[in-house]
Design a protein around this ligand. Sequence first.
Ligand code: SF4
Length: 225
Amino acid sequence: MAQASLIIWHRRGSKNNMSIDTELYSNRLRERAIIPSEQKVLIARLSGSEQEKDLTTPVNCRGYGRIRHFRLYNHDNWSPNPLPILPACKALGHPPDVVLRAQVFQNAACNWRCWYCFVDFNRLSADRRFSEYFTSSELIKLYLEDGDRPEVIDLSGGQPDLVPEWLLWIMESLRENGLDGKVFLWSDDNLSNRYFWKFLTHDQRRKIARFPKYSRVACFKGYTR
Ligand code: SF4
């Protein structure tokens, strides 16, 4: 069965009103997106993707990472984009008008399918043909191998909170490498589940909350009735 067909749809109201069963689909995706006993998370391979064609710099980290450039002002006729550059610059001691480079890794699972998403849907389906399991130590090792490594690490997706342990393990790997407080760590969340509370203990959540120079952005999606 093709992986994409695992999206679980259900019908609500009128005949064309189809929506994803978020809870059911989240559970199914999580089963494939993480190996807790080995502390491994499924990471999307960006090389060979449609997304790769839009990147301004080549994919890095053996094809599993990319560099993103954040600017406060991207376009003359558009409003400023303060995230993450304002909190990141404040934390790192830079003026807000710099161009900030971020090392991005994408977990290979998302429980939603937004029409405007720029990630290939086969990189959101926990499909082993387009992804690979990594420990956080392996990802940080790849990050450190880059001679010109960015000061920001962005854990994106995908929906990273399908596998909230990923953030904790990355923090532990940063600490083991003496990088806690030396990089600005950033993670994304589409606010679709409560796995942060379900799969992490109170102590683990407290460790995350206390980790230096960490921020999270949560996306409010559009809803229609
Ligand atoms: S929540 Fe984010 S990653 Fe998931 S489909 Fe929407 S835009 Fe894409």
